[in-house]
Design a binder for this molecule. Structure first.
Ligand SMILES: [Zn+2]
Length: 414
């Protein structure tokens, strides 16, 4: 992302002012992006490290600025990654090698909790199946989704990856409060998005009307200042904008790690100026699995989703969006086709034997719905992966992609 993008989009989250780039020892530019530097407004200074503007003011960001201004760029990065003494050498090794060997190794090395398992298998879970079907609908020609797109609380960049497969030419920005996730996003799932480290519990650090589309998946209930975030999302997308929120935990349903949930009516009230519509996740998943496309024309009141655990919310004043979308072909492959990581794969006599192997009992409990579309066991020709990579749109390959046995993943994913 260029200087122009960066300075045009970003604003101070506190004073709202435009930002300038200090011309000092911190500043490192490559051809197409600002690698590191210090941004300043009338009230604060913010570091840019590894191409990521960090729009927060904490002891950690102050330490990073100090390191940058002393020309210690690696130290600034290690500070923001919050690497402890135990894995400091591991991460230094990655930096010498140009990055972690795989996404999985990066998550394992930097994650502090069980979220790592969730992150790696994110590509395989029912929410991903639903979200990809929703993006298939909203990106069909002419696309309802217009750029630039903000993927707020976008974390490791999974949603940006799925969006990029369908819309090659929109500008993408990922906002997340965790620097280390954005750092991994830039290396694996969202290499060409602008990552911005920012807190969903504070005013968002962007100019009004910057993003005609704002997406936020599976994170809104973890935000305490929901009214402010809803107002901020509406400020950024403007009156003609679109807000897309797949997998919005409802207090009327059962959710693992639910966060502080509201009823669908509660969420509807927050986004009332944008006329939000709600869809049962179970209904959308069933349509996606049956290959029917998605019907977004059905009754969409908050009451209509009943006790669905995590409905999808779409908010947009243009009612043309709420229509029936046909099934479309899978998008062109942007990484490479791989087996869904939920499968354990063994080989014998020229054939591959796939068996679903959930990573943990908790995961199996939370994501049983996978088995509504993934065959529990499957035998395939030994050369299926080579052939799928050569002919990703062959009929039998497309069938395996629709079943989510084969997934388009970044190289070195796991
Ligand atoms: Zn300011």
């Amino acid at each position: 992302m260029t200087d122009a993008h960066l300075l045009h989009w970003l604003r101070c989250p506190y004073c709202g002012g435009s930002l300038g780039l200090a011309d000092n020892a911190a500043l490192v530019r490559t051809d197409d992006r600002i690698e590191s530097g210090v941004l300043g407004c009338d009230c604060c200074a913010f570091p840019i490290v590894a191409g990521i503007p960090v729009m927060q003011t904490t002891d950690v960001t102050r330490a990073a600025i100090e390191a940058l201004e002393a020309g210690r760029h690696d130290e600034a990065l290690l500070t923001l990654l919050e690497v402890d003494d135990l894995n400091r050498e591991l991460v230094r090794g990655w930096l010498r090698a140009g990055g972690p060997p795989t996404f999985r190794a990066g998550v394992d090395g930097l994650s502090r909790d069980a979220e790592g398992v969730w992150a790696i298998f994110r590509v395989a879970d029912p929410t991903s199946t639903n979200t990809e079907a929703l993006l298939d609908a909203l990106c069909t020609s002419p696309p309802v989704i217009r750029g630039p797109v903000l993927d707020m609380c976008g974390g490791f960049g999974h949603l940006s990856w799925w969006l990029r497969a369908r819309l090659r030419n929109v500008d993408l920005c990922i906002g997340d409060m965790f620097f280390w996730k954005l750092w991994l996003a830039g290396q694996f799932l969202a290499p060409d998005a602008l990552p911005v480290c920012c807190d969903g519990n504070a005013p968002l650090p962007f100019a009004r009307g910057t993003f005609p589309t704002v997406v936020l998946s599976d994170a809104f209930p973890y935000i305490w200042h929901k009214r402010m975030l809803a107002d901020e999302m509406m400020r950024l997308c403007g009156e003609d904008g679109l807000i897309v929120m797949p997998h919005l935990h409802s207090s009327l349903g059962d959710n693992h790690s639910a966060g502080v949930t509201l009823t669908p009516a509660g969420y509807a009230a927050l986004f009332a100026p944008m006329q939000p519509h709600f869809f049962r996740e179970r209904t959308l998943l069933a349509q996606a699995v049956r290959g029917e496309g998605l019907d977004l024309s059905a009754d969409a009141s908050p009451e209509a989703v009943g006790d669905d655990a995590a409905p999808t919310m779409l908010a947009c004043r243009n009612t043309d969006v709420f229509t029936r979308y046909p099934e479309v072909e899978p998008p062109p492959v942007q990484g490479q086709l791989c087996f869904n990581p939920l499968y354990r794969v063994t080989e014998s006599e020229g054939q591959l034997h796939l068996v679903v192997a959930f990573p943990t009992d908790d995961y199996a409990d939370e994501f049983q719905l996978c088995l509504t579309y993934l065959p529990e066991t499957l035998t395939l020709p030994g050369d299926v992966l080579d052939r799928a990579r050569l002919q990703p749109m062959a009929l039998d390959v497309v069938a395996l992609r629709r079943q989510r046995v084969l997934l388009d993943l970044p190289r070195r994913y796991c």
